[in-house]
Write a protein that binds this ligand. Sequence first.
Ligand SMILES: Nc1nc2c(ncn2[C@@H]2O[C@H](COP(=O)(O)OP(=O)(O)OP(=O)(O)O)[C@@H](O)[C@H]2O)c(=O)[nH]1
Ligand SMILES: [Mg+2]
Length: 319
Amino acid sequence: MGIAALTAAARAGDRRAVARLLTAVENHTEDAPAIAAAVAGGDAIVVGVTGSPGVGKSTLVSSLIGAWRKAGLRVAVLAIDPSSPFSGGAILGDRVRMADHALDDGVYIRSVATRGHLGGLTATTGGAVRLLEGLGFDAVIVETVGVGQAEVEIAGLADTTLLLLAPGMGDAIQAVKAGVVEIADVYVVNKADRPGADATVRDLRAMMSLVKREPGEWRQPICKTVAQDGEGIDELVDAIAGHRDWLSGADHLAAKRRDRAAAEIRALVDAELRRRYAVTEALAADVAEGRTDVAAAARRVLDDTPETASTPSRRPTYT
Ligand SMILES: Nc1nc2c(ncn2[C@@H]2O[C@H](COP(=O)(O)OP(=O)(O)OP(=O)(O)O)[C@@H](O)[C@H]2O)c(=O)[nH]1
Ligand SMILES: [Mg+2]
């Protein structure tokens, strides 16, 4: 099937066509530029959902899907699997949690393994998000478990980033320490049916009161939710829409998307440079054992004639 036929099928709701296009885009195949051009110009709400393992992300995503489906929106979800030992159960859990929507033609859910992909999460997921937008999805949700770098990267990919916290886990404090709070556009205190939810909201408010804001800057709302029975979801939907309006009104949306594209390009360039300018084990040993210094070694790497993109490096590499 050609690209035009595939995109037409995907727009008409054919999941296998969507999957094939996504695979091509994620792998940066030679069809990828033509696919990107064929679907250019989508306009979806792109929402990142992050937070500690088990805080309720997938359950909340499922509720969000429900709310947006009721409003007639087509919804796509990319569940990022960083393939790290910390998130072993994430994908299976996602399948169970979002099973309600498995048979709905207006919903597309995909797990994305980012390990081993050129350019990592940023370069893999950015194109996938644009593809889904271009195929006519009105909302694209990217769920990523808040471990390590992924949650910072996700904020770069989404228009609106939700940070989920749960009461009684010292989560708010942890998030402050990790600097994660700064990436969020909307805070969600999930599991509000558990004791301590109000204390977590208070912690967040106290923390926010310390941050100086310029007039016109976005003030992160704090939503309380019970994800599995849908409590607080309408307010969350409103908060997301509010942030979207703020972005569009102040013309931040286009800038944000350009920044995102720049980050994607940079990720791929970095990956390509690392591949071309391979650091050999022998050179690393020279530095480690004091036979030369780092700057001289770096110059030696850069002065080596770069190999062409199509010839894979055969030298042993040490990264
Ligand atoms: N009491 C309570 N339990 C919840 C709530 N939301 C989710 N849970 C439960 O918390 C557990 C974890 O939920 P998930 O949605 O899988 O959490 P997650 O953040 O996606 O987890 P990972 O993807 O593994 O990081 C499940 O047993 C849910 O049923 C809530 O609002 N209240
Ligand atoms: Mg999950």
